[in-house]
Design a protein. Structure first.
Length: 277
DNA sequence: AACGTCCACAACCGCAAACAG
DNA sequence: CCTGTTTGCGGTTGTGGACGT
């Protein structure tokens, strides 16, 4: 019934890995590199399924793995990233060198999640964020987003959609250049203004790395992206400063920000310039 | 010492995205 | 394009150790 398993269970070891299996896997990957997980067990002589090998390597055997002792700085980062990203463990882990998504997830489920829940009963968590009983739900449901990110076909996306303010239609006639002619302005096919598309290049840290892709507005048939005609990344909004700065700006983009935080991180002038609320 | 309960973490599972042919 | 395969992700479960009774 249901799906067939990813691999035949017969003759395949399950459960905890032995030291011998670890050594075989490590040696094989050091010699042959990662990838081709499906064939790896057979080639390496392991009685494990490929998925299990991959997981064991990524979460445990990789030489650059840090284990245990999550520092307060890391913890703080996890909390902030979780606030922004929800349960996107791999993205969160990607910002914590040496940490794996599994470790972050376990840490959250066992320590931070409970702590956050505990804080919710005293109304607010860190920085005044409310962590309610719905915390476990995906954050698309908990964050209402005045600004969205456009997801292009590329996995990495660095465009933030700033929709028109409610009750504040933009009048094309006010400008010499028609609004819809401005690069990075989004329009429907009937020419209706849908929002302003901004590029955020954080010097290798793209806003899309931080923002949940599910906040992103899918590029459906009704929308075409005028900025594409202008080439890829825009260089006019390039910020190259600290990670805190990036986070503060992202929080602002999501409409969930504290003024003092933005001032502290030097983001306030940019927020003003971008005309964010 | 024996048993039960709780907790942290490793591992598994199913789904979906990405990729290859 | 279409289809099959591989990889990556997030939720869930299983297990072993710590702790309490």
């Amino acid at each position: 019934m249901g799906r067939s398993p990813c691999c035949s269970k017969e003759g395949v070891n399950r459960g905890a890995w032995s030291a011998e299996e670890d050594e075989i896997l490590s040696n094989y990957i050091k010699t042959n590199g990662e990838g081709k997980w499906r064939d790896l067990p057979r080639r390496a002589g392991l009685r494990r399924c490929g998925k299990s090998c991959r997981l064991r390597w990524l979460n445990y055997l990789r030489p650059d793995i840090k284990r245990g002792n999550i520092s307060s700085e890391e913890e703080d980062l996890i909390i902030r990233l979780h606030k922004l990203l929800g349960n996107r463990w791999s993205l969160i882990a990607g910002r914590l060198p040496g940490r794996t998504d599994n470790e972050i997830k376990n840490y959250w489920n066992t320590c931070l999640g409970k702590r956050m829940k505990g804080q919710s009963s005293s109304k607010t968590g860190r920085k005044g964020v409310i962590y309610g009983s719905e915390e476990k739900k995906h954050s698309t449901e908990t964050l209402h987003e005045p600004h969205k990110v456009i997801q292009t076909n590329a996995t990495r996306c660095n465009k933030v959609l700033l929709p028109p303010q409610q009750g504040e239609p933009i009048k094309e006639k006010d400008t010499d250049v028609g609004l819809l002619e401005i690069p990075s302005v989004l329009a429907s096919q009937d020419g209706q203004y849908l929002g302003f598309l901004m590029d955020f290049d954080f010097g290798g840290l793209l806003v899309s790395d931080v923002l949940d892709s599910s906040y992103m507005l899918p590029l459906g048939d009704e929308i075409h992206e005028k900025s594409h005609a202008n080439g890829g990344d825009c260089d006019g909004n390039s910020f190259s400063s600290s990670f805190d700065h990036h986070l503060a700006l992202n929080e602002a983009v999501l409409g969930d920000w504290s003024e003092s935080n933005l001032v502290q991180n030097g983001v306030a002038p940019e927020i003003e310039r971008l005309g964010l609320p």
